[in-house]
Design a protein around this ligand. Structure first.
Ligand code: ADP
Length: 251
């Protein structure tokens, strides 16, 4: 579903990702963990085309995202191509990023109407279903400022799903929440994973959740995947010294 093929990213002299190779299968749930500054967020932002890449190619469902094929060659993608491929991907951010002047419902119908060209009635019906799924059918007409952090984050998840993505990216989505609100957001993500055909990539500090939810855990260190594997093996029997040190510090 997603392939990073020798993808590198630099900021000036700093190499943030160094020839990254990562293949993600359809419907696979991948947890990305690692120390601060190891490049985790950059991976998601590049897949969302919020950051350009310096080398390599990112593929989505067998099509290049960052490039277009022309006469058997890959050339840099134009905007229309990027827009077409990126439509398969939804992202939820640490800081919710809801439109503050719009109700929960309005947040969820804005892009389906303006980008997908859905009619208002259909968009509202779908959004109502999604808001119900995240447990917020009573809060449809509330503005973000009238909602708790956990509720705002659940609206953000419904809003991303309203665009019918095949791939969902979660970037530390519980980090800005008070501890008692973390569970309700993770519960929604858990349900999504089990009830929908979605490929999911999640940068997280919630090791317990990664252990229980992910099919695979990838440990990033200095812009490379240092170790990866199914959670049981990864957490139960880590092989790499860096992984061991990190797990020792956070568990
Ligand atoms: P992580 O998510 O693992 O904490 P990031 O992917 O956010 O790491 O960042 C990786 C490295 O890239 C960090 O050293 C960070 O300071 C640097 N970085 C991220 N964004 C920028 C930017 N826009 N300009 C310069 N450096 C950046």
């Amino acid at each position: 579903m997603v392939r990073f093929d020798k993808v590198s990213k630099r900021y000036g002299p700093l190499t943030v990702l160094d020839s990254l190779e990562l293949d993600i299968a359809r419907n696979e749930k991948v947890a990305i963990i690692g120390p601060s500054g190891s490049g985790k967020t950059t991976v998601l932002r590049m897949l969302m085309t919020l950051e350009a890449i310096d080398d390599g190619v990112i593929w989505v469902e067998g099509e290049p995202l960052t490039h277009m094929e022309r006469n058997g060659k890959l050339i840099p993608a134009d905007r229309a191509h990027i827009r077409k491929i990126r439509a398969k991907i939804g992202m939820v951010f640490q800081s919710f990023n809801l439109f503050p002047h719009m109700t929960a419902m309005a947040n969820c119908i804005e892009a389906p109407i303006t980008v997908l060209g859905m009619n208002r009635k259909e968009a509202e019906e779908r959004a109502a279903g999604l808001l119900e799924m995240v447990g917020l059918s009573q809060k449809k007409e509330h503005y973000p400022a009238q909602l708790s952090g956990g509720q705002q984050q659940r609206v953000a998840i419904a809003r991303a799903l309203a665009m019918r993505p095949k791939i969902m990216l979660f970037d530390e989505v519980t980090s800005a929440l008070d501890p008692e609100l973390v569970g309700e957001v993770l519960q929604v993500i858990r349900r999504l994973g089990s009830e929908h055909d979605l490929t999911m990539l999640m940068v997280t500090h919630q090791m317990g959740f990664a252990k229980e939810f992910a099919d695979r855990v990838c440990f990033f260190y200095q812009g490379k995947i240092c170790e990866q594997g199914p959670p049981k093996a990864f957490f139960g029997n880590p092989q790499n010294e860096r992984t061991k040190q990190f797990l020792h510090a956070v568990l």
